[in-house]
Design a protein around this ligand. Structure first.
Ligand SMILES: CSC[C@H]1O[C@H](OP(=O)(O)O)[C@H](O)[C@@H]1O
Ligand SMILES: Nc1ncnc2[nH]cnc12
Length: 288
């Protein structure tokens, strides 16, 4: 039996998931190194679930230092089919006030190539489709769950994924607004890419914590302000997860996420090195 079918990756301010039963802490090793922390597996309202704090307990890892490959591979190893990311974001739109929830459906990549954002390479080439980077079905469920939890929620919107760790300059913040992006953060695009390669559905509950630095009548973003808004809203984020998990449980994966690799691998099977095949067996074994 799978350890978990739903994975939750907790971002800034969400380092544990209360209310889980039959809890176990599981250390997972992967061919891509060590995940951010132990996974906490158990059940939430009877649904098998795994929780992982993205930056580690105590928030030890920079967005650029998180081993996203190990985190996603570890979820796959536990049996996870759907990942819910909970993240703090800056708002780039007036109507997305601090405390609101956004379910982003697009990304713009402003990372710097420091992070490993693919499982491929080392003798195997694959190109997954990423035009629709999050799972539509899961995102619908998250939006419905947010409304059910009483949140002010915005469906859809572009998430700018910057490298950090410093926040944006004002000129950058204005530029992102001109592109009509909705929110800004430092982590979710990398996870979404790897989840797609791992054929895991990925959806985001983004909590707006600030107006970045573009708003004339709000203070510029600071960690202090972000943490304050997260602390005020963490109970609501957990409530959204509870509703979403209950709604998703038992649903067949009827989206294309589960077969993302079917036509993606271009390398001739005979040239793929044995070690690469072995490292990727969990992800690509069924296609070789
Ligand atoms: C603490 S403010 C910046 C920090 O918060 C967000 O983290 P996460 O996406 O893990 O919730 C943002 O991406 C930065 O890492
Ligand atoms: N303004 C902002 N920029 C980047 N990441 C954030 N996380 C929360 N607020 C943010």
């Amino acid at each position: 039996m799978k350890d978990a079918v739903i994975g939750v990756i907790g971002g800034s301010g969400l380092y544990e998931m209360e209310g889980m039963e039959d809890v176990r802490r599981v250390q997972v090793e992967t061919p891509f190194g060590t995940p951010s922390d132990e996974y906490v597996t158990g059940t939430l309202n009877g649904v098998r679930m795994a929780f992982l704090p993205r930056h580690g307990r105590g928030h030890r890892l920079l967005p650029s230092e998180v081993n996203y490959r190990a985190n996603i591979y570890g979820m796959k190893k536990l049996g996870v089919e759907r990942i819910i990311s909970v993240s703090a974001v800056g708002s780039l739109k007036e109507m997305i006030a601090p405390g609101h929830i956004v379910i982003p459906d697009q990304f713009i990549d402003r990372t710097k190539g420091i992070r490993k954002d693919t499982f491929f390479g080392e003798g195997i080439v694959a190109h997954v489709g990423f035009a629709d980077p999050v799972c539509n079905d899961l995102s619908e469920a998250l939006y419905a769950a947010a409304l059910k939890a009483g949140a002010v929620a915005h469906k859809g919107g572009t998430y700018i994924c910057m490298e950090g760790p410093a926040f944006s300059t004002r000129a950058e913040s204005f530029m992102y607004r001109e592109r009509e992006a909705a929110v800004i953060g430092m982590t979710n695009l990398t996870e979404a890419k790897l989840a797609r390669e791992a054929e895991i559905c990925y959806g985001i509950i983004a909590l707006s914590t600030d107006y970045d630095c573009w708003h004339t009548s709000h203070d510029d973003v600071s960690v202090e302000a972000v943490v304050q808004i997260i602390q005020q809203n963490v109970a609501m984020a957990k409530e959204i997860i509870r509703h979403a998990v209950a709604a998703i449980d038992g649903r067949e994966q009827s989206c294309p996420c589960g077969s993302a690799l079917q036509y993606a691998i271009i390398s001739d099977r005979s040239v793929i090195p044995a070690e690469t095949k072995q490292n990727l067996d969990l992800l690509i074994g069924k296609y070789l």
